[in-house]
Design a protein around this ligand. Structure first.
Ligand code: 5GP
Length: 189
């Protein structure tokens, strides 16, 4: 998507180790109008795919997910990154964080992810696919179906798409696909 590619070139920054910093419009300060355009494009790409709920992971997936949910008038469920003491009936899955270099647990209440749910998963980044794979694991535990996975930015060189496809047959869409961040040059696919 040209709009997002242009914004990444103008305002994105590259950190060592293949990390793209988009703090000025996605991950810290947010451009709500851009987010609305991105959500509309994700909706267009998943036209014809049936789902009843939007699912994301806190915190940075919430903004695009809620825009998609708002435009489609669907509930938005965000998976938590720790197991709250107040929640005792939950599905849990472990995930390794690429940016934080630690393992943490993803957790979702059995009340909100249910058998028969067909979910559209939305997140800001697809990198190695660990978070997305853990989300698929949670959906499998709940006997829910992941009908599609939509990302704002995919770092193709970290091969998350292949990692997901090896485990689960699902339509994956990314609005900007980065082929390389070598020497901090942002090269799009
Ligand atoms: P994965 O599990 O696919 O390796 O990584 C997905 C998660 O890690 C995303 O939800 C995002 O929060 C974070 N992430 C991975 N790579 C980047 C990056 O280059 N920049 C930023 N800002 N976040 C990233």
């Amino acid at each position: 998507m040209e709009l997002l590619r242009r914004r990444i070139i103008e305002d994105g920054d590259c950190l060592p180790g293949g990390v793209l910093k988009v703090d000025s419009f996605i991950n810290h300060q947010m451009d709500a109008m851009l987010m609305k355009e991105l959500a509309a494009e994700l909706i267009r790409r998943f036209e014809g795919v049936e789902f009843n709920k939007i699912v994301t992971i806190e915190a940075s997936g919430i903004a695009p997910a809620i825009m998609v949910g708002y435009l489609l008038e669907l509930p938005v469920l965000f998976i938590k990154k720790s197991v709250p003491v107040s929640m005792n009936s939950v599905y849990v899955s472990s995930v390794y964080s690429f940016t934080k270099k630690t393992e943490y647990q993803l957790c979702v209440s059995k009340e909100f992810l249910r058998e028969g749910d067909k979910v559209l998963f939305i997140d800001d980044f697809l990198a190695h696919g660990n978070a997305a794979s853990a989300m698929i694991d949670l959906a499998t535990q709940a006997k829910a179906e992941v009908a599609g996975m939509g990302f704002l930015i995919e770092k193709a060189f970290q091969e998350g798409r292949e990692a997901i496809k090896r485990r689960y047959d699902v339509k994956i869409e990314s609005l900007a696909i980065i082929e390389s961040l070598e020497n901090c040059n942002i090269i799009f696919k």
